[in-house]
Structures are given as C-alpha cells and as structure tokens.
Write a protein that binds this ligand. Sequence first.
Ligand SMILES: Nc1ncnc2c1ncn2[C@@H]1O[C@H](COP(=O)(O)OP(=O)(O)OP(=O)(O)O)[C@@H](O)[C@H]1O
Ligand SMILES: [Mg+2]
Length: 512
Amino acid sequence: MSTPRDTQPLPPPVLELRGIRKSFGANAVLKGVDLSLRPGRITALLGANGAGKSTLIKALSGVHEPTSGEVLLDGAAVDLENPIAASRLGVRTVHQRIDDAIVPGLSVAENLVFEQIALGEAPTVASLTSLLPRARAVAAALSLDWDDAFLRQDVFELGIADCQMLLLARALVTDPKVLILDEPTSTLSQSEAERLFETIVALRERGVAILHVSHRLAEIDQLADDIVVLRDGRITATQERPFDFAAAVTSMLGEGATRDIERLEHLVGEQVALEIAGLRVFPESPAVSVSLRGGEVTGIVGLIGAGKTELAEYVFGESTGAEAGVMTLRGEPYTPRHPRDAIRRGVYLVPEDRAAQGMLPGWSIAKTFSLPFLSRFARGPLLQQGAETARAAQAIDDFGVVATGPGQTVDALSGGNQQKVMVARWMQTPPDVLLLDEPFRGVDIGARREIARRAREQAADGSCVVMLCSDVDELREIADRVLVLVEGRITLDARIDTVSDDEIVQSMTEVA
Ligand SMILES: Nc1ncnc2c1ncn2[C@@H]1O[C@H](COP(=O)(O)OP(=O)(O)OP(=O)(O)O)[C@@H](O)[C@H]1O
Ligand SMILES: [Mg+2]
C-alpha cells in the first residue's frame, strides 16, 4: 500500500539556492534568497508584482548572473552561467514573457527543437521535413494533438495559448530535473490551464522538481505541495499543506491587505448606454443584438475563440472580421472607424495583450499614461508635464505599482506592474463605456481588488463597465449581469445572482 504523500519523508533537495542576491545598478532586487526544490514536488512561488520572482527565476536559469550567492544541484555547487548551461544540467525554464522565446519566421516544429538545432544536434532549419518525426514524437509524449499541418505552420499564426504550450513542450524535449514555470497560466483559459496542469502533475509523478509562479490561489491550492512567499527580494514565508492562504497573502502584501472583498452590492443600471443591433461577431455566426446599461457591470464570459475580443474591438472601432451591425451610444448613432473616434466619445478599451498594444519601449510611465489623451492635455508643454506627472504618481500609489517614480521607463517594470499601468491608464478619467479585456491577468491580489473596486465605483457613477473574461470566479468578483458568448452567439443573459456557476459553465460549452 502506498503512503499518502504528506506522511512520506521529504526527499533531499535537487536544487538549492543559498543567499542569492541580485542588483541592477543601485536597485537591489534579490536580497539573500534561500530556496530548496525537491524531486516530485511542486513548489508555488508567490509574491506581489515586482517582488523579484522573475528575477529569481532568471538567476536560476542562467539569464542573469547573481551578484552573489550559491546554487547547488544534487548537493554540488554549479555555475549556471548561461541558459544553455542551465538546460544542459537539467534546469528548464518557461519564462514569463513568451514573445522573447518564440523565434518568428520559423515553423512550430523548428521552434520546438530550436535548441537542438542551435547545438547542431538536430537537422538544420533548411530541412523541415526531416525535423517532423522528432517534433511529432515530442508532441505525442505530451498528448498534444498537433498534426503535421500545425507543426509546419509559422509560429506567427499561433494564438497565445498555443505559444505557451509550445514553450512548455520545448522545455520538455530533453528530460528536465527541474522545471520552472513563470506564470504559465496567466494567458490561458480554464480549460487550457487544466490541460497544462495534467502535464505538470504527470511530471511531478516522474520525480521532476517544479517551481510554479502564479497569482491564482485556487490553482496553487489545486497543484502545490509547498508554498514559498517572496516579498521585496526576501523569502518571508514557507508552508506545507494544509495551506493558510490568509497568512500567505499577509506575508506577501503586509498587514491590512487581507481585508475580505466587500460583498457585492448589486447594481442595476436604469439607462441603456450602448445598443448593438444585428452584429455578426464572425462572418458565419448569427446576428446578435444586445443592450448594455450604464450604472452596472456586465461580465461577458466565454472560452477562447468565443468572440469576446472581436466584440470589444468592434465597439472600440478596431473592427476585425465583425460584420457591421448598428450601434447607438446614449441614444445617438455611434459608428467608430478608429479607436480615436471611440476615445472621443468616451469609449475605452483595456486590451488583452497589454504589453504589445500601447506600451512603447523607452517611454516613461507618465508619458505612457497620457498617450491616448494627448489632445486633452495639450495646453503647452510645461502645464501638460506637471499634470501628467501628478496623475501618474497618483496611479502608482493607488494601484501599488512598484517603480522608482513616474519618470521610470515602462520596459524595466515587472510584467504585472506593466499591466497595472495599462489598466490604470484607462481608469484615470470617468469613461462612458469602459471595456476591460481580462483585466486581472498577471496582476497580484492587491491590484486585482483595486481594479475591481474602481470598476464598480465607475459603474456606480453611471459608466457602462464591461468586463471580458473566461473565469467564473473572476466574473463573480465584479459583475452584476452576465452574458455568455459561444462562437459569436449569446447563450445566457442573466443577473449574476440568479445563476449558479454550473449554469454559467454549461452555457459556455453549449453547442449550436
Ligand atoms: N533588467 C532589469 N533592469 C532593471 N531593473 C529590473 C530588471 N529586471 C527587473 N528589474 C526590477 O526588479 C524588480 C522585480 O522585478 P521582477 O520582474 O522580478 O518581479 P516579479 O516578482 O516577477 O513581478 P510580476 O508578478 O509582476 O511578474 C522590479 O522592480 C523591476 O523593475
Ligand atoms: Mg514576473
């Protein structure tokens, strides 16, 4: 009979960090981190945006050289001098920024065995056909139903979820001892995340030591054997099961941050803000008509590919494949042909892929902040700069952005802090219609509550707030009304307090 995993003695660590420090110039990010990863265990790494999680992972995977400290593998000191050295030693990493790791212009198969190609261990890029058997085998081992057409396709065509799976698959091409995943689920839907979890659990069973970074507590509860909390460059707590999440959140954010989310006082909007009639979200989908009211938050849920983003882009004047319907905004005709038109009418969209859309490298937080509203503040450069800096400073404070100040460039911010800046940017002035596409993605719990609080406050002031998401828990934190979208059709429209999670999930998978 097998013993339950909690009562088994702990295996010795495969990877040990001792006193790891890392500074960028005068900015000390890691201040002496000790951490052990054990075979067959999943360690969840928690920490607020900017705590240093990705920096720690980069130090572990040979991207950054630690300023000081020691790394031991199977008890012996090692030098993880570069990513190839780390991967040779069996330490494999899927980094947070996936676009840096994908090689554009190459096929899926080539990206999959990229490292082997680079090391001369696989046929060259010129002979895609000769790579296919190897790529097929890797895909099959991971139960990915990738056919040859998919493997031959340019990675440019892939959605974000497939890119994420591709990078995981790449990390598993050679058997890893240690697998490090930096927020692998922040871009996935629930069902895609479940697929990823199956793979992670299978690797745990095979004795791989796994370090998993996530801001989603439910997911950590489902997967992790251990929790480690990083705060401001130091480990402030470690836990084994059963976890005390309230204590973990306190050591992550400090006292006072664990206030429960106030129970939603449900809002019921009286006035129609945006009326959409006869819209085909996809050319082949039926025409839908829907009225969105001011004074309440409407949550639109659906799986990836349901048409949420297309709908939002249509309303924001970034029309994609959506076939022209007729829109009315507060009773007046509304025909945005460009986001400029939408912004002028007070219709804002916080896009899903924030880093790619609207973040300019080298720009300060303050400049990034006022970019879409330039005409409004164009009253002479000096005046503008003062107002700009003041508003950015306020937002940095409200959303808890970890930054040196409004003048810091957006590139050096951690992933979650970049996202906070982009969400905060669209929440600085009262909108008429505010569309938030996956607003909680990658932000820590503190910012998540701030975003929810702001969205509800703006709705209470009469704005029409629309949140697009694929997670029912997230929906419940913010919405008054729920619309379920399946392939461009609305399969459920209800007050959120009248439907169960099961009913919502069922309507999300309803087929035509
Ligand atoms: N290359 C760099 N140069 C300068 N500063 C950096 C660099 N990389 C990271 N930092 C700083 O280090 C701090 C920690 O960033 P890191 O990306 O490790 O945070 P994180 O815990 O992963 O946050 P998130 O949850 O948002 O991903 C941030 O304040 C960031 O600005
Ligand atoms: Mg990070």
